[in-house]
Design a binder for this molecule. Structure first.
Ligand code: FAD
Length: 322
């Protein structure tokens, strides 16, 4: 029997949408291990997010300190590892976001624990399914250590619902914090009113065929009309057309929205690895042989210069008629 310590990301006094997928995984793991889910909130604002987090789990632990103002794996990992021991956790989890993927291998090393990363399914107390070969095959991994570290994929675990009653909140001591020389000099953040890419219901992505960042404004017009998040292929982000955090794919973000637009994207295997779980895929590409059409539910063969403005006009007409 053991508990599940679920490291959850938060901001502005609430859990991030990605954390809710972690909690769905954590509840399932807790059933397999016969324990409870303990949400762990580390960093500035942890206390403020605790009340909302308590709606999702039996226990919430917060750790706040001036030295934890910004996330650093070097400072967070020892705290997670220590609290896992103190709270009898046999599973430690964090969503497979850039933070989760950075943090949990270090926690696993500190706990001498086996690690199952980027999992899509829990098959048993210590057995997990994870995609390999850019999502073209699945492997089942069995972890034999007493403590297991897991990063579940956000797109594969539906967001947890609130529980009927609120859990208990405790503040834990941060202990001695040693960043081991790592420090954050400056943070550049992109503020956007659009939904977060990994949890958006609609995503509009553009590829190299958009040719310039300026041309992406046309896609942004479509995205704003649909309340969508913006995404891109790696070719577009590497070329500096759009920010790197828009990248969808094997080495970018994994998305599974209800509706995914792939505009001027060829559909390379590494891009498909990040979006082929989308419920409906619409492809716009001037090359009828483009591989994206093999996964698309709806395809338009032609240029984006013609298709996207026409699409915008038609959507506006439908909206106006409502
Ligand atoms: C280890 C590794 C990891 C990778 N990770 C990722 C990843 O995470 N995400 C990712 O996206 N890629 C990734 N890649 C890169 C991937 O292999 C492709 O190079 C990349 O996805 C291609 O991007 P693209 O489709 O935008 O560009 P291209 O392949 O150049 O395709 C551009 C498309 O635009 C179409 N087009 C051109 N002009 C127009 C027009 N006017 N109207 C309509 N269509 C037009 C063309 O017909 C073409 O199909 C990775 C590669 C490697 C090796």
């Amino acid at each position: 029997m053991g508990n599940v310590l679920a490291y959850c990301e938060f901001g502005d006094g609430a859990l991030k949408a990605s954390a809710l997928s972690n909690l769905t995984f954590a509840r399932s793991a807790a059933q397999h291990h016969g324990g409870v889910v303990i949400v762990l909130l580390v960093g500035a604002g942890a206390g403020a997010a605790a009340a909302q987090a308590a709606k999702y789990a039996q226990k919430v632990i917060t750790v706040e300190s001036g030295d934890l103002a910004n996330y650093l794996a070097e400072t967070h990992a020892p705290i997670v590892a220590r609290l896992a021991g103190e709270h009898d956790a046999t599973v430690v989890s964090a969503t497979a976001t850039s933070v989760g993927k950075d943090l949990l291998p270090r926690v696993a090393a500190l706990l001498d624990a086996g690690m199952a990363s980027d999992i899509s399914k829990i098959d048993g107390p210590n057995v997990f399914t994870r995609p390999i070969l850019a999502g073209n095959a699945y492997s089942q991994v069995e972890i034999s250590t007493p403590i297991i570290c897991v990063t579940p994929r956000q797109s594969e675990f539906t967001p947890a619902e609130e529980l009927g009653s609120a859990g208990e909140i405790t503040a834990a001591d941060a202990g001695a914090i040693d960043a081991k020389g790592a420090r954050i000099d400056r943070i550049e953040s992109q503020k956007s009113d659009r939904p977060e890419l990994t949890s958006a219901k609609v995503v509009v992505s553009g590829g190299r065929g958009m040719q310039s960042g300026e041309n992406f404004k046309v896609l942004e017009g479509l995205a704003d009309l649909l309340g969508a998040a913006m995404g891109a292929s790696r070719a577009a982000t590497d070329a500096g057309m759009v920010p790197a955090d828009w990248q969808v794919g094997q080495t970018g973000k994994i998305v599974a929205p209800n509706l995914y637009f792939a505009v001027a994207i060829s559909g390379a295997i590494q891009h498909l690895a990040g979006m082929k779980g989308s419920k409906t895929i619409v492809a716009i590409n001037k090359d009828p042989e483009a591989p994206i059409f093999q996964v698309a539910d709806y395809g338009y063969v032609g240029t984006w210069e013609k298709a996207v403005p026409e699409l915008i006009e038609e959507i506006k007409k439908v909206k106006a008629a409502r």
